[in-house]
Design a protein around this ligand. Structure first.
Ligand SMILES: Nc1nc2c(c(=O)[nH]1)N[C@H]1C(S)=C(S)[C@@H](COP(=O)(O)OP(=O)(O)OC[C@H]3O[C@@H](n4cnc5c(=O)[nH]c(N)nc54)[C@H](O)[C@@H]3O)O[C@H]1N2
Ligand SMILES: Nc1nc2c(c(=O)[nH]1)N[C@H]1C(S)=C(S)[C@@H](COP(=O)(O)OP(=O)(O)OC[C@H]3O[C@@H](n4cnc5c(=O)[nH]c(N)nc54)[C@H](O)[C@@H]3O)O[C@H]1N2
Ligand code: SF4
Ligand SMILES: [Mo]
Length: 885
């Protein structure tokens, strides 16, 4: 008999890097809890982490190797990969092949991929999706500190007296870090929070000040701040004189970009008062952390934006001390690990540089290779450009979904289609990139594989396996090593375990280092397999002098530049590359929603995560909506110069006038036209190569199909005749949101064709009004539902969804079914608010309206809503204030 077993591992989603406790029950089911001992989260998990057990099923998993659409043995597939790569290299040279990898690989996988391409194939054509994510932050740190060093940690956030959150919706994207800030503010109300974001996001919930600046103007704001710090003489002159260089030049640029607060306010389109309040807070409070993310990085001047922030911390000496520092928070679970192994195409391994002859020599000797690449390879956007123009003839994509997430995504898709050899290592079958591959290699997924990841505060944690290996799936490092062997590099890739790779990586970090390089984990270079298995979370550097790791960098005020001094960078702010025009008058801003992860290959498996925001949406200000003649809840078509998409309209004053927000998540398997990157301009930062994903000029107009509808079914299906469709997994059903451009002549026939005739059909049809509603009952249980109308405002889906959990459909339910809403006495929880406990809006409203819950805390006591991850607390507050308002 199998026993209950418990494993400690790490969450595979965001860069907070929460510890997870996975328990395998006797019957094989898995339950997930936060790991109380993990220093990143001390037991808490957000909605996505809490729902991990919903996402580990094997349906739609890629479980066997395939070559040209046919299942093959591993031997055949691996031979096909190595023969294919060798042929291209022989004919066109090593730069005709490329790897596109990901911050969702484990460090060991990442290390091997980088070693194979740069060290042995001899090209630096390996880049990672972190190019779209962290590369501006990396370039900013390197310019300022001479190394890619994130100085801060989570405790600094708890100790700070001012937290400036720039271009980060941490409430939704780094929920557990955000909750730490919420808690610190509750305990110490003097802690001030400033949020700098063009939109009013859930993160603004705890903001003392929100600056809804004009998109792209951050560098002007921080240049203005630098100038102000100097004028107010709140400089740390001793630090600036002793430990930095370049202040005078940086100040001249700052003064040039705006002469005073009024001019800063004008350029950023903020009020003088708000700018002045922000500057006063920053100048006068000692302990300041500036936390920044994609609103800074994903910009054609992302590197400059990050240096404009760092400049202010240097001027005031606020770095390397508790509660202070410029803190770029990482996105993916192992974005930081990718930086350690040097998987960006302009880096070497272990924080060394491709173009540094000393580093080149050192790594060549360590890897015992004479073929190490010495010039930078293609960066992500250019890599796919080079595929389109035929320069790159073979691409191996590992753990990323570029046809959904790269800018100008339709062109990326076409490029992949024309590429001679496309190899994809994946866990899932339904990714747009898999659909276009010649060779598919099945990778083990979270829970099945083990290795290490590093979170936003440089903390290395173990991801451990607790599930059996399904089908023929393998570890990514194994797949890469097998190919390396076949290509003739067996001597350097004879790895038998991830522990062995980790030791090599740790060894390289310390090799001839002697304090010259920030990344050094040499103290872990000789750990045994058992010590590796038991590795407890630890922050690098981990050296003989610091065997327990390092909480904070630069406490000694020594930087990794040639002079040992930090560098001010003179910043001349630049506007985004593409401006709006009469034809494309609105700015498309893109990003994330609370309960979905990237291209939804995993989170869309969880019905509770799908309940929060179920469709591609476009959020737009009422004034712009009016100008574009949009109605709330209707559909819109969005066009840029590059492509178009369809989305559900959400009109909200939280959106800035002149720009709209669209989530990045939907792929072609879940929505007919929901890929926002089809529109995004492939404009990049000249220094970091990071795309400007937050700023594309577009136009928005109403999309007017002749019919709208929705359909629920217990089994998945492929809807026909609908130009617009979205597929949503629910609890015991699949829901389809639909709209079509051609009239349906016989809706009853149409419904039966889609859903199958057999069963008891309840139908209502009003042909004149083009209205049709039906439900099918099988064995007294609701089996499917179809609603069709000429207008978009159909009944809310929440109550109908709940009927699928009923064992039998009562007479009252049958009678109300085609009304689409509950009759008297029937419960309806309403749209989902708290995904962790499945608490709906109506339940919360009832509690608020009858007076039994007046505060968020009281709602928590009564309903549990908001008491797990806390991500829905801003929404709970809105429900309370709309009652009182
Ligand atoms: N739920 C969820 N969480 C995630 C992820 C996910 O897919 N889903 N992905 C993870 C990953 S990989 C990443 S990188 C992080 C990203 O985390 P975040 O960076 O917090 O998320 P985004 O929504 O991409 O963008 C942040 C904000 O930048 C703002 N912004 C746009 N333009 C500007 C500007 O010019 N200036 C400023 N100051 N702000 C601007 C946007 O309005 C948006 O609110 O999230 C991680 N966490
Ligand atoms: N418009 C717009 N575009 C964006 C962004 C934005 O804000 N706006 N954000 C950008 C950012 S910050 C990021 S990080 C990217 C993310 O973009 P992607 O990395 O392209 O998105 P994911 O859906 O996370 O893709 C990861 C893939 O790896 C697979 N996978 C998961 N684990 C493993 C594994 O262990 N091995 C293998 N072989 N495969 C695995 C998953 O099934 C999934 O298909 O998107 C970027 N694109
Ligand atoms: S905050 Fe949520 S998504 Fe991020 S690591 Fe923690 S549980 Fe996972
Ligand atoms: Mo990211």
């Amino acid at each position: 008999m199998t026993k209950t077993t418990t494993s400690l591992t790490t969450c595979p989603y965001c860069g907070v890097g929460c510890g997870v406790q996975a328990t395998r029950e006797e019957d094989g089911t898995i339950s997930i809890k936060g790991d109380k001992s993990h220093p990143a989260n001390f037991g808490r998990l957000c909605s996505k982490g809490s729902a991990l057990a919903d996402t580990i099923g094997l349906e739609n998993r890629l479980l066997h190797p395939q070559v040209n659409g046919k299942q093959t043995s591993w031997d055949t597939a691996l031979d096909a990969v190595s023969d294919g790569l060798k042929q291209v290299i022989e004919k066109h040279g090593p730069d005709a092949v490329a790897f596109y990898v990901s911050g969702q690989l484990l460090t060991e996988d990442y290390y091997v991929a980088n070693k194979l391409m740069k060290g042995f194939i001899g090209s630096a054509n390996i880049d990672t999706n972190s190019r779209l994510c962290m590369s501006s932050a990396v370039a900013g740190y390197k310019r300022a500190f001479g190394s890619d060093s994130v100085p801060c940690n989570y405790e600094d956030l708890e100790q700070a007296d001012l937290i400036v959150i720039v271009g980060s919706n941490a409430a939704w994207c780094h929920p557990i870090v955000y909750q730490k800030i919420v808690k610190a503010k509750q305990q110490r109300p003097t802690l001030k929070v400033v949020v700098i974001d063009p939109r009013k996001t859930a993160t603004c919930d705890i903001a003392d000040l929100h600056l809804p600046l004009k998109p792209g103007t951050d560098a002007t704001l921080f240049n203005g701040l630098l100038h102000y710090i100097k004028q107010q003489n709140t400089m740390d002159w001793e630090f600036v004189n002793q430990h930095t260089e370049g202040f005078a030049k940086a100040l001249i640029s700052a003064e040039k970009s705006a002469t005073d607060i009024t001019q800063v306010a004008q350029i950023c389109e903020l009020s003088d008062q708000d700018v002045s309040n922000f500057f006063q807070l920053f100048a006068n409070i000692e302990k300041v952390v500036t936390l920044y993310s994609q609103g800074v990085n994903q910009s054609s001047s992302g590197t400059d934006k990050s240096n404009s922030i760092i400049n202010c911390h240097l001027a005031s000496g606020r770095i390397g001390k508790p509660g202070m520092g410029p803190f770029s928070i990482t996105g993916q679970p192992n974005a930081m690990g990718g930086r350690e192994v040097g998987a960006l195409s302009n880096q070497l391994a272990a924080h060394m540089e491709l173009d540094n002859p000393l580093h080149h020599n050192l790594v060549s000797r360590f890897w015992q290779t004479d073929n190490l690449a010495s010039t930078a390879g293609a960066q992500a956007v250019d890599m796919f450009e080079d595929i389109a123009n035929g320069k790159i003839k073979a691409i191996w994509v590992i753990a990323t979904n570029p046809v959904v997430t790269l800018p100008n995504a339709d062109k990326v898709r076409r490029a992949i289609e024309t590429c001679d050899l496309v190899i994809v290592s994946e866990c899932e079958l339904n990714t747009g990139t898999v659909a276009r591959a010649d060779i598919l290699l099945p990778a083990l997924a979270w829970g099945e594989k083990c290795g290490t990841v590093t979170n936003s505060e440089r903390r290395i944690s173990h991801q451990r396996n607790f599930l059996p290996h399904p089908g023929e799936a393998e570890e990514d490092w194994w797949i890469l090593s097998q190919v390396a062997n076949r290509m003739g590099y067996g001597h350097a890739f004879s790895y038998q375990s991830s522990a062995e790779i980790f030791r090599e990586h740790a060894n390289l970090s310390g090799f001839e280092n002697n304090g010259k390089r920030d990344f050094d984990i040499s103290q872990l270079a000789n750990i045994s397999d058992k010590q590796y298995d038991e590795l407890i979370p630890i922050q690098w550097p981990v050296t003989a002098g610091r065997p327990k790791g390092t909480e904070r960098l630069f406490e000694d005020k020594h930087f990794f530049t040639s002079t040992g001094k930090a560098q001010f960078i003179a910043i001349t702010p630049r506007p985004p590359v593409n401006a709006t025009s009469a034809e494309y008058p609105l700015i498309l801003n893109t990003g994330r929603v609370r309960d979905q992860w990237h291209t939804m290959t995993r989170t869309a498996r969880s019905s509770r995560l799908n309940a929060h925001i179920s469709e591609p949406i476009v959020q737009i200000h009422p004034i712009d909506a009016d100008n574009c003649q949009l109605t709330n809840g209707g559909l819109a078509r969005l066009d840029s110069q590059r492509g178009n998409m369809l989305a559900r309209i959400v009109i909200t004053e939280e959106q800035r006038i002149g720009s709209v927000f669209v989530p990045m998540h939907w792929n072609d398997f879940l929505a007919s036209k929901g890929r926002v990157n089809a529109l995004v301009n492939p404009v990049v930062d000249p220094i970091s190569g990071q795309p400007e994903s937050k700023h594309t000029p577009i136009k928005v107009k109403p999309y007017q199909p002749v019919w709208y509808g929705f359909m629920f079914s217990r089994t998945p299906l492929i809807p026909t005749d609908s130009e617009y469709w979205v597929k949503i997994k629910g609890n015991q059903f699949w829901r389809y949101e639909l709209a079509g451009e051609a009239l349906i002549d016989d809706p009853s026939r149409w419904a039966k064709n889609q859903l199958g005739e057999e069963g008891e059909w309840l139908e209502f049809s009003d042909q004149g009004a083009q209205r049709y509603r039906a439900g099918k009952i099988v064995d007294n249980k609701l089996n499917c539902i179809v609603f069709i109308a000429s207008e978009h405002d159909l009944p809310a889906r929440s109550w109908l969804s709940q009927l699928f959990s009923e064992q039998t459909l009562s007479d009252e339910m049958r009678m109300s079914l085609l009304a689409g809403k509950p009759g008297a006495g029937l419960p309806d929880i309403g749209p989902m608010v708290c995904a962790c406990f499945g608490i709906g809006e109506n339940t919360i409203k009832d509690a608020v309206e009858c007076g039994s819950a007046k505060t968020v805390e009281e709602i928590g006591v009564l309903l549990k809503a908001g008491t797990n991850c806390g991500s829905c607390i801003p929404e709970l507050k809105n429900l309370i204030s709309s009652k009182s308002g």
